[in-house]
Ligand binder design. Structure first.
Ligand SMILES: NC(=O)c1ccc[n+]([C@@H]2O[C@H](COP(=O)([O-])OP(=O)(O)OC[C@H]3O[C@@H](n4cnc5c(N)ncnc54)[C@H](O)[C@@H]3O)[C@@H](O)[C@H]2O)c1
Length: 424
């Protein structure tokens, strides 16, 4: 396979993850980076041996240099995907674009149109599509092992501390600076369910709210910061317990700790908790995204699916039950139990999961699988190696927007005649 040259826009946690895997396999070589944070830019450039003139202040400066690589990884924060994606598509780059594609439907449509008109490959980082587990589930369904899929039940256990880290104190806590929870987090799950059913739903409804991480839930004795709080030792959401516990564990130092502080000593962590957003009481933040949400989907043949995201779980792999006309699959993200109603036979299939469910664990092999597939697609010029293209990702994002519209309006939203396009 010919080595693919890569530029990386956003040398943060996700940009580093993809770049490291590309380098480790030898399938890709990072030749340019763009990041306005001087520290991150310097560390990134040093790690990948990027020449000073190829370490740019931002995506615009990278774009001004013309097309300097075969492909670009766009791993900026949610609200900074559209402009770099459209501009770099127009320069002819193939694009690995972090999810969500964009935070509004018109912007996501602009990105898909830019990919189409330039004839480039654009893969949205729906890493769940690329796990060995997903491959086995799809093979079982395609082989007809459970007959026709009639309904499904899918749980995303976000995890209590992960919710507090990312969606109460962290980057994805507010809709106006990031996106609604269903888009920021669970666009993966809606995309995955559409992938399993093989088509978008015809109708969606949704319920959910921010029920716990709000000022009304705050105990009267609680302080604004954990370090000043007498209740901290008994609070499930204690920031010192979470972040001091990451020290000396390289995987947890990378995630979640590096979002909190670049330092790796106890004093660095305490200083960040004293002054930064991650030391705040979970009941005294400026968050507004939901902490639990359910989505119901109905497909054109009457098949149904329920999806639940909840903060109030351990952080672990997603769980899914698939109910077919002559069989049943129960999966926990690692192992699948398959029951055949015709024989009563049960088979337990252990899939080859590398790492854990989280970003620190590589999303169950999804980060590596996606990077490998993208680099192979670019190297060979074969888009069929990707498990979704820009148009498919736009369609599954549209299901998310329809579900969020249903939640906000308390209605059932009918999706339009073209796949995944709301009729309104
Ligand atoms: N696929 C997944 O499973 C997954 C998991 C986590 C996060 N994400 C998504 O990945 C994206 C990045 O998340 P992250 O945790 O790596 O964020 P991050 O904050 O660690 O990294 C973003 C980087 O972008 C840089 N940046 C800001 N402005 C820029 C500009 N003009 N040009 C170039 N770089 C710029 C920032 O300085 C920062 O280093 C987000 O959209 C997030 O939702 C996806």
């Amino acid at each position: 396979m010919t080595e693919v040259t890569l530029a990386v826009v956003g040398g943060g946690l996700r940009g580093l993850t993809y770049a490291r895997h590309a380098h480790a396999t030898g399938a890709g070589r990072v030749v340019a980076v763009a990041d306005p944070d001087p520290r991150r830019r310097a560390i990134f450039a040093a790690e990948f041996g990027i020449a000073p003139e190829a370490a740019h202040l931002g995506w615009k400066e990278l774009a001004a240099a013309g097309r300097v690589a075969d492909a670009v990884v766009i791993a900026t924060q949610d609200r900074l995907h559209t402009d770099p994606a459209v501009t770099l598509a127009d320069l002819g780059y193939h694009i690995l674009l972090e999810k969500p594609m964009a935070t509004t439907e018109p912007e996501a449509a602009m990105i898909a149109e830019a990919a189409r008109r330039n004839g480039i490959m654009l893969a949205v980082c729906h890493v769940l599509r690329y796990t060995p587990y997903t491959r086995v589930v799809r093979e079982l369904l395609e082989a007809g092992r459970i007959g026709r899929l009639v309904n499904a039940q899918h749980l995303e256990p976000v995890g209590w501390w992960h919710q507090a880290h990312s969606f109460v104190r962290g980057h994805w806590r507010r809709q106006d600076t990031s996106a609604p929870m269903l888009l920021a987090k669970s666009c993966h799950d809606i995309d995955w369910l559409v992938h399993l059913f093989g088509r978008p739903p015809a109708r969606v409804s949704s319920f959910g709210s921010l029920s716990h991480f709000r000022p009304e839930e705050r105990p009267s004795e609680a302080a604004d910061r954990c370090l000043d709080c007498t209740l901290e030792p008994s609070c499930p959401y204690s920031a010192p317990r979470l972040y001091l516990g990451c020290l000396d564990d390289p995987r947890r130092e990378f995630w979640p700790l590096s979002a909190v502080t670049p330092g790796r000593t106890e004093e660095d962590v305490l200083e960040a908790l004293r002054t930064g957003p991650y030391g705040r009481c979970v009941y005294a933040c400026d968050n507004d995204v939901v902490d639990h949400q359910d989505v119901m989907m109905e497909f054109d043949d009457g098949a149904t699916c329920t999806f639940t995201m909840s903060a109030f779980t351990p952080m672990e792999h997603r769980r899914t039950r698939l109910f077919g006309t002559h069989g049943y699959i129960d999966g926990d993200g690692r192992t699948l139990r398959v029951v055949d109603f015709r024989t009563g036979d049960e088979e337990v299939i252990a899939t080859d999961v590398a790492g854990g469910a989280s970003a620190a664990g590589g999303h169950g092999g999804g980060d590596a699988g996606l990077t490998d597939a993208f680099l192979a697609a670019v190297s060979s010029g074969d888009p069929a190696l990707l498990r979704s293209d820009a148009a498919e990702s736009l369609m599954t994002h549209r299901v998310v927007w329809a579900a969020e519209q249903a939640r906000l309006t308390g209605s059932v939203v009918t999706l339009g005649p073209r796949p995944g396009i709301p009729a309104h």
